[in-house]
Design a protein around this ligand. Structure first.
Ligand SMILES: C[S@@+](CC[C@H](N)C(=O)[O-])C[C@H]1O[C@@H](n2cnc3c(N)ncnc32)[C@H](O)[C@@H]1O
Length: 351
């Protein structure tokens, strides 16, 4: 097994070829359960789900996948997009498949079957993509896909703490190697910082009220306790559960999702060969705004503010945007897979 050492954190990250074993089981035997310390009624049973890939045909088309190329799937998940890429790029191609979640890698490996032999699996953060590619000599690449956020397998895994449908400890980490859990934010941040997270990452208008209730109710251990506290603050007015935005905000903050996205996007143009493609699927306006702004700037020769009369930035365009407007799932995809409803796909080609 090859190994890749992340210099910055000094931690070792597993890199395996598809034909090697990462050393743990997948599916129901993943061994993720941990002592919860919660009341019996607050601990749910397991619920394994396979993720349905979103905007699959559209993203593979925009990536212009061809035989023999080098591709990166920065968000392997349960391997839906990777499988479709491999079906089009074999024979002769290689795929670098990255995910923070070792359980996802195990599921994907099994799902990819014999195709997994053409994949290098890396259990790491995609924000380290340039260092990973350098250490593996995996560049320039023909295409990169990022299908951001969380998979159904993660949301529906009752023990991960992503959903208030199940009682679980407030975990919400994509990577079990990360120290900070959602419980740390909920129980240790100041009221002001919590309110800021809820307002920014959850676009929650009543973030200050919720933060006040959270601080008054500490310590909070479980998803169900937190959901009840938010509900008691906001009442239950509409179809959408009042804790939805709070849970989204805490997940984004726990995993530093927007910071990761911004720092990763900057690395991608240099990794692509000329005419190489980039496809990014986002699931909320905060992510989509970052992607849209990045593509806009990278497709311009000058990014000076309008108030500067003569260009001083010396910026050169690196990309050509392929999606004037974000691509949305068709009504039939939305009907078949309600989790696709908020998806937006943007793509670009390297100059
Ligand atoms: C929406 S799912 C991808 C689903 C996948 N396209 C499929 O078809 O199964 C997003 C995946 O990205 C992973 N992820 C999120 N942030 C990450 C990061 N910063 N680095 C690496 N993986 C990340 C999550 O663990 C999750 O498995």
């Amino acid at each position: 097994m090859q190994r890749y050492d992340r210099e910055a954190a000094g931690k070792t990250h597993i890199v395996s070829r598809g034909d090697e074993d990462l050393g743990s089981k997948h599916g129901k035997d993943r061994g993720l359960s941990r002592a919860s310390g919660l009341p019996d009624g607050d601990v749910a049973k397991e619920d394994a789900t396979v993720h349905t890939p979103v905007l699959l045909a559209e993203s593979i088309d925009l990536l212009n996948v061809h035989p023999g190329g080098l591709y990166i799937d920065g968000t392997l998940g349960t391997g839906g997009h990777s499988k479709a890429i491999l079906e089009k790029c074999l024979p002769g191609c290689r795929l670098l498949a990255i995910d923070l979640d070792p359980a996802a890698i195990e599921i994907a490996k099994a799902r990819l079957g014999p195709h997994a032999e053409s994949v290098t699996f890396v259990n790491d953060n995609f924000r380290n993509v340039e260092a990973i590619c350098n250490s593996l000599g995996f560049r320039p690449v023909d295409g990169v896909i990022l299908d951001l956020g969380i998979s159904s397998a993660q949301i529906d895994d009752a023990r991960r703490g992503f959903s208030f449908r199940f009682g679980a400890p407030l975990d919400m980490r994509f990577s079990p190697a990360q120290e900070t859990k959602a419980a740390h934010l909920v129980n240790e941040l100041s009221e002001k910082d919590l309110a800021q997270i809820l307002a920014t990452y959850g676009e929650e208008r009543r973030g200050r009220l919720i933060a006040r209730r959270i601080v008054a109710s500490r310590p909070i251990f479980s998803t169900l306790e937190l959901a009840r506290i938010v509900e008691s603050a906001l009442g239950r007015p509409g179809k959408i559960h009042p804790a939805t935005r709070t849970f989204q905000a805490l997940r984004i903050a726990t995993n530093e999702e927007l910071v990761n996205l911004e720092s990763t996007l900057k690395q991608l143009p240099a990794l692509l060969r000329a005419r190489g493609r980039l496809a990014i699927i986002s699931y909320h306006s905060l992510e989509d705004r970052i992607v849209k702004e990045f593509l806009k700037n990278e497709s311009r020769d000058c990014i000076c503010p309008p108030s500067v009369p003569v260009c001083r930035c010396e910026h050169a365009a690196t990309l050509r945007v392929l999606t004037k407007k974000a691509v949305r799932p068709t009504p039939s995809e939305q009907a078949e897979n309600p989790r696709s409803r908020s998806a937006r796909l943007r793509a670009a080609e390297c100059l």
